[in-house]
Design a protein around this ligand. Structure first.
Ligand code: PDD
Length: 278
């Protein structure tokens, strides 16, 4: 498998990252995941814009231009020959002897990799998935796509052990997002999702649903926080994400949504998204 470090193509199994990289020791860095469809990186521009926002938020200087990052994505696709896949990118603050404050003159480290990935499982797309609700135990800057994913990892494992596809998190009274996806519900024909505050990641797929698909399909969509009882009374629910795409949710904590049948609004959005990526 093909990787890239600071602009240089490498074998992914090569040892390229040093032990004292701050990503490794502190999770001091940010990342992005994009999908490759038909040999092209989908929605790369908004992903890179968000990457720069994440870097700014944690005060890592940008060392590559937008055009360079686009070139790196294209090089990975071309050199690997992968037509359907996913590209992972991370930038850490760099390597220096381990102390907490930002070391002086540390140089950020960019690593990327490409992997083939098939389409989302047809069975899940068609019939929907089960989810659980768990407490949101993350920090208060979930808008930063930080490498610190411990809560997300623990939450996803909990979902897996419960036989579920995703765990959706609840902070105080309000439902925020999935461990690696955004969460939407439909009630009385209106689509709801948590507003893009510091409490969620402003997903690129979420934005496509809000700003493009809902408009094209003339659907009413609200960015407004909602609680668990609202979710239990919803007629439809779905998840969005780069790898998740648009995934119907048919049961929450073992209780069926809409008698376990994928709802019409979810299906319309899902079909529109499939059109977009093909
Ligand atoms: N996850 N919320 C969280 C916490 C996420 O980690 C992600 C993405 C999303 C959806 O964002 P987008 O639509 O931009 O992919 C929401 C990536 C794919 C991951 O960690 O693998």
């Amino acid at each position: 498998e093909l990787g890239l470090i600071n602009g240089r193509l490498v074998d992914m199994n090569e040892n390229v990252v040093t032990m004292e990289d701050r990503g490794h020791q502190f999770g001091d860095g940010v990342y992005e995941v994009t999908k490759v469809y038909n040999g092209k990186c989908f929605a790369l521009r908004p992903h890179l814009e968000r990457l720069y926002q994440s870097l700014r938020a944690i005060r890592i200087p940008a060392t590559y231009t937008f055009e360079e990052l686009v070139q790196f994505h294209e090089a990975l696709i071309k050199e690997s020959g992968i037509k359907e896949g996913a590209i992972y990118l991370q930038i850490t603050r760099g390597a220096a002897p381990r102390v907490h404050p930002f070391p002086e003159q540390v140089v950020p480290c960019l690593t990327m990799s490409i992997r083939p990935s098939g389409p989302v499982k047809q069975e899940l797309r068609d019939n929907g998935v089960n989810i659980i609700l768990i407490p949101d135990e993350r920090w208060l800057r979930c808008d930063i796509k930080s490498l610190n994913l411990l809560s997300n990892v623990l939450g996803k494992q909990q979902a897996k052990e419960a036989g579920c596809y995703e765990a959706v998190m609840v902070r105080g009274d309000y439902v925020t997002e999935g461990t690696s996806s955004n969460f939407f519900v439909v009630k009385d024909g209106v689509i709801w999702t948590h507003p893009a505050t510091n409490l969620i990641l402003k997903g690129i797929t979420r934005t496509i649903v809000l700003e493009r698909l809902a408009k094209e399909l003339d659907l009413t969509i609200l960015e407004k926080a909602f609680d668990v009882s609202f979710v239990k009374g919803a007629s439809e629910a779905f998840l969005t994400g780069t790898s998740t795409e648009i995934m119907p949710v048919v049961s929450i904590d073992g209780k069926m949504v809409n008698a376990g049948i994928v709802g019409p609004i979810t299906r319309k959005l899902q079909d529109a998204y499939t059109q977009l990526i093909n």
